[in-house]
Each structure stands twice: as C-alpha cells, then as structure tokens.
Design a protein around this ligand. Sequence first.
Ligand code: KG4
Ligand code: ZN
Length: 339
Amino acid sequence: MKSGLTLGIETSCDETAAAVIKDGTKILSNVVLSQIDIHQKYGGVVPEIASRHHIEAIFPVIQEALSAAEVALDDLEVIAVAYGPGLVGSLLVGVAAAKALAFATKTPLVGVNHIEGHLYANFLDGREVTPPLVCLTVSGGHTDLLLIPRLGEYEILGRTRDDAAGEAFDKVARVLGLSYPGGPQIEQLAQGGNPEAISFPRSLLEKDNWDFSFSGLKTAALNYLNEAKQKGKEVPLADFAASFQWAIIDVLTQKLLAAAEQHQVDKVVLSGGVAANKTFRGHVQVKAEQMGLELLYPPVHLCTDNAAMVGSAGYFRYLAGYRSDYSLNAVSNLRLGDE
Ligand code: KG4
Ligand code: ZN
C-alpha cells in the first residue's frame, strides 16, 4: 500500500516505543513508555527486567500508537524496527513483534540501526537534512563521530574508547546520589555553577585524533568527591556539576567542529540523549556560527530514545530499496554500515 505510513518500533534499551510516521518526516503518533521508574532503584538498567517489561508493554504500546494516529495495521506501507545496537534481550522483543506484524499483514519489514535512527530524529520536523555533514551521536551507550557524505553512507571517524558521554554523566550522578538517568540531573545541578571552578582533564585532544575517552574524567570526578569526603569538606555541588559537564561539552564540541573543518563540511548535526543538554547545544551553536557552519539538532524530546526516529530512518531505507526478511535478528553490537 502506497500510504507513506511507517510504523516504527524501538526497544533497544529501557524504552518501549512505537510511532506512526507519514512520508518519513511527519509524526502522527509517538508513544514512549519509559521504564525509568522501574530501573531507578538499581541505579541503571537491568537487562533481564527490561526485556520482561518490553514483552508486557510492546503490543499495548503499538496499539496506542496506531489508534492515536487513527491508522489501521492494513494502512501501513512499512514496518521499521531497531534491531541493534542495544541490549539483545530488549531488541529481540521489538524485532519479534515487528516480524509478526509484517508477516501477518504482508507489510514490508525494514531493520534499522538505532544510531542511524538517532540521526533521523533531525528529519522529523519536516526539515531537509542534506549531506555532506558531520554528525556526533552522543548517548548512554555511544559516542560516535560520523562523516556522512551521502544519505545512508557512514564513515565512522571516531568513537569512545571506554565510557560513552552519557554513561559518564550517569556514573558520576549515581555517586552524587542523583537518580538515573544522570545527564538531566547534572544539567540541572550545574545551573548557576562556575564551569571553570574545578579543572577536570580532557582526553585525546591531539590533532587528527577523533576518538574519545571519558574514563579519565570520570575517575578524576570520583576522586574529587572521595577526597572531599575524606577531608570532611563540603562539595560545591553546582560548581562541581558545571565543571564536570563543561569538560564533556568542551571535548565533544572541539572534536565535532575540528572534524567538520578537516573534512570541509559546512553542516554539523547532533543526535542522541546527550544532545538534549541545553548548555551543550548552546555552546556548539555559538562556536558553529563563529566558523560559519550550520548546526542541526532535534527537539529535546526526540533526542532520547523514541520510535519516531526509527520510523523515519526505516522509511528512507525503504525508499532506498532496503528490505529485511523474517530471518531479521537482534544484533547487540551492530555497527553502522554492517547491514
Ligand atoms: O539516546 P538515549 O536515550 O539512549 C541511548 O541510546 O543510550 O540517551 C540516554 C543518555 C543517558 O546517559 C542520559 O543521562 C543522557 O542521554 N542524557 C543527557 C541529558 N538527557 C539525557 N545527558 C546530558 N544532559 C542531558 N540533558
Ligand atoms: Zn539511543
């Protein structure tokens, strides 16, 4: 059916999500059922618990997305599902649901890389995103710097060698006794703090090195907190949070803009949960403008995991001729370009 309607399904971590997208760019419905409350008491996502909750939630969430969009299963042109990277037990639930629906309705099935999905969150306000561009995907599981010469083509310039940027936020927040996910909590705590109060290390800033490393920063932040505790000193929380956040933002921004310059690309794109950080967005905006670069980032609610982005990426993959068959499986360490 040539309806331009895509059902997107996303279960790669702790969000059970389904969305209906028209023509790859218009959101008709976007349902995200977060398990944050469930995992909060453990300080992070517990994979087995996540998959169990996905199983319970997946069909009600899909049903809600379809009815909110006033779309019937038979109206769909494409069913798109994130099949990696992510937690294998979580991914499997979305993949199995997508395959079952595609089989039952004879609708084309398209497997989507979750990271590619994050990039396509930028397409969802109808804006045209035309390569070449350099994209930085920063989330709880990934810090990937990508050169995108053409839509669907990815060159991974660099990635984190240890912790992802969001993971560093989450781990330090946990030690501060803040709830999961830590990024938004640290951002809030940092308000009014002095980002230069504490000098935290920046790694791998040498020229032409596009990889990231945040474990040294994380250790320095944790050592700072331990030392203060041992000496009975009060931690200046706003300054601590602002300085820690700034160390991450500074490195991310420098690398993104240097990569754009090196590859002579005049458009840079942010995606992933950490791109929801307003200080980060604001800083990149100022620096990009100074260099005459155009900056794109998704609205805050589309930075974190959702199925609208999967629907968009899936629809454009479908237009490019990609189809998945019923042997589609979850691939926890799926890399861009592996498909
Ligand atoms: O993209 P996402 O929802 O899930 C993954 O694919 O990992 O990203 C979640 C990550 C978490 O680590 C969270 O702490 C971080 O994004 N995050 C933020 C902010 N909002 C979410 N980090 C910094 N500032 C924020 N405002
Ligand atoms: Zn994600």
